[in-house]
Design a protein around this ligand. Structure first.
Ligand code: SF4
Length: 207
C-alpha cells in the first residue's frame, strides 16, 4: 500500500540556484502581494487533519528557520516528520528523516552530510554526478543516494544517460529518481497552490 505525505512549504531561500522553480524563492517580478501566514500550531493542526503517514517540511530552504516549535507541535500530534534541505544551514528541530539535496552555490555542512538519511543529487549537467561524488562522497553515510534530472533538462539524453550509466555501473546506494509529483500535478491540483510562475525570470523555460 502507498504512503501519504503532507507537505509544509516554508518561505524563502537565500541560495538562488539559477534553475530553482520553488515557490519559496519568488523572483522579484512575481512576489505575491497577499501571503497568508500560519504559526506552528496552525500548521500542525492542518497537517493532522489529513492523518498523513508523514509530514515533509520543505521550501524554499526550511533550515533558514528555527523549526523546533513546528516539529514539536507535529510530534505532539503523533506525526512522523521529514525534512528536505540543501544542508547548508544548521538544522534546528527534531526530524525523523532528513533528505539532503546539495547545492553548489552554498555547500552543505559536513555534519548535515554525515547525519542525512537520504541524499538527492540534482543532475543539471552530464558531469554533475562525478562532481558531487568527488565533493561529498566520502562524507555521506546514507545508503540512499538519489539521482534526479534537473526538471527543465529531464528530456536531455545527456542528462538521462549519465544517470542510467552511473546506476548500471555502480548500483546501490545510487538510484535513478524523477520528480513524479510534477507529472501527477500534485501541487497544481491542490486548490491552495498558486499558479506556476517563472521564478527565475525565464518565461520560456518556466523557471
Ligand atoms: S536551495 Fe533549493 S529552494 Fe534554494 S534556490 Fe536552490 S533549488 Fe531553490
Amino acid at each position: 500500500m502507498g504512503k501519504s505525505a503532507y507537505f509544509i512549504r516554508t518561505f524563502g531561500c537565500p541560495v538562488h540556484c539559477p534553475w530553482c522553480d520553488s515557490a519559496g524563492t519568488w523572483h522579484k517580478d512575481y512576489v505575491p502581494k497577499d501571503i497568508e501566514k500560519f504559526n506552528a500550531i496552525e500548521l500542525a493542526d492542518m497537517a493532522a487533519e489529513h492523518s498523513p503517514d508523514f509530514v515533509v517540511v520543505t521550501g524554499g530552504e526550511p533550515a533558514v528557520h528555527d523549526l523546533k516549535e513546528l516539529t514539536a507541535e507535529l510530534h505532539n500530534r503523533g506525526l512522523v516528520v521529514h525534512l528536505e534541505t540543501s544542508g547548508a544551514f544548521e538544522i534546528k528541530g527534531q526530524f525523523d528523516w532528513v533528505t539532503l539535496s546539495p547545492k553548489e552555490l552554498k555547500m552543505p555542512l559536513k555534519e548535515n552530510l554525515r547525519s542525512a538519511d537520504e541524499i538527492k543529487i540534482i543532475v543539471d549537467r552530464k558531469d554533475a554526478i562525478d562532481y558531487w561524488v568527488d565533493k561529498i562522497g566520502s562524507l555521506v553515510k546514507s545508503d540512499h543516494i538519489w539521482l534526479h534530472p534537473e526538471w527543465s533538462q529531464r528530456s536531455d539524453p545527456n542528462i538521462i544517460n549519465s544517470i542510467t550509466k552511473w546506476v548500471k555501473k555502480h548500483g546501490s546506494p545510487y538510484r535513478a529518481g524523477y520528480q513524479l509529483h510534477k507529472i501527477f500535478k500534485a501541487d497544481s491540483l491542490d486548490k491552495r497552490s498558486r499558479l506556476t510562475v517563472p521564478l527565475g525570470g525565464n518565461k520560456e523555460l518556466g523557471y
